[in-house]
Design a protein around this ligand. Structure first.
Ligand SMILES: [Fe+2]
Ligand SMILES: [Fe+2]
Length: 268
């Protein structure tokens, strides 16, 4: 089994930045309603502006992104857009399970890891904060928020394993398939709980303006999200809002370099 080397982004300066983000000022902000909080004052790069500009308007069909990932549907309602993206995730699991060649399985696993990494980051910055502020059962909101964040942290560990291991031989594929099946079970339980305990209760209390606003924020967050799992990075809303757009930018730059070097290698 090949273990792909992976440079860890969270470390050094970003770790310091992460800790700074959770300083006293941010700690108090985290305990306050944060759904309406402005995005952190980091400069928006041209690349991020371009990514946001590529988001299809409401009602338009999903399109392939710059790096080939499936984009979420138009943000007519943020909750509906997230549920539609859950179906995309289920379709990607099916794509893996029905892949015939090992090359197709690896490609399906790569796309699955990439899509769920973006989905989770977008939710951590847009949907989960709404749980704490707007959930109709305030006594349950804190536990639900913590559960969603915990699920994402566990998932990032498994996604990292799936991304960095490339099996070869029957025995290794058996271990890899079993790991992916375990992840599918965990992820499908997360999606079902999220829809039943988070999304549908929020639908009861959010008006159309709030749903549209969530849709815009969700699509923008999906566009600038990290494209790889970062188990060492934050999943809580305050730090995720600060750091994920930066890490997403680094991920996409690395993706572009990888694509470029593989095409040059293929051209010789
Ligand atoms: Fe989620
Ligand atoms: Fe979700």
């Amino acid at each position: 089994m090949a273990i792909l080397p992976k440079k860890r982004i969270y470390g050094g300066q970003l770790r310091v930045l992460s800790e700074a983000a959770i300083s006293a000022k941010q700690r108090s902000a985290i305990e306050e309603p944060i759904a309406e909080a402005a995005e952190p004052g980091l400069p928006v790069s041209k690349e991020q502006q371009q990514a946001a500009a590529e988001i299809p308007p409401a009602g338009e069909a999903p399109s392939a992104g710059a790096a080939g990932s499936i984009q979420p549907p138009g943000p007519a309602s943020g909750l509906d857009a997230i549920i539609a993206d859950h179906q995309t995730i289920k379709d990607l699991f099916n794509r893996y399970d029905t892949a015939v060649t090992t090359q197709a399985k690896v490609a399906a696993a790569r796309e699955l890891v990439r899509h769920i990494s973006r989905h989770a980051s977008a939710e951590e910055r847009t949907l989960y904060p709404l749980v704490r502020e707007k959930h109709p059962q305030p006594n349950l909101a804190k536990m639900l928020y913590d559960r969603m964040v915990m699920d994402d942290q566990v998932n990032k560990q498994i996604l990292d394993f799936l991304e960095t291991h490339v099996p070869s031989g029957e025995a290794e594929w058996a271990v890899y398939d079993a790991t992916l099946a375990k992840f599918r079970s965990l992820e499908e339980e997360h999606l079902a709980t999220e829809e039943a305990e988070v999304i549908e209760p929020l639908r009861q209390v959010l008006d159309q303006a709030a749903l549209t606003k969530l849709g815009r924020k969700w699509a923008a967050a999906f566009a600038n999200a990290p494209t790889h799992p970062h188990p060492g990075g934050p999943s809580d809303a305050a730090r995720a809002r600060l750091l994920h757009p930066v890490v997403g930018l680094i991920d996409r730059m690395r993706d572009a370099l990888t694509t470029e070097s593989s095409s040059s290698a293929g051209g010789h």
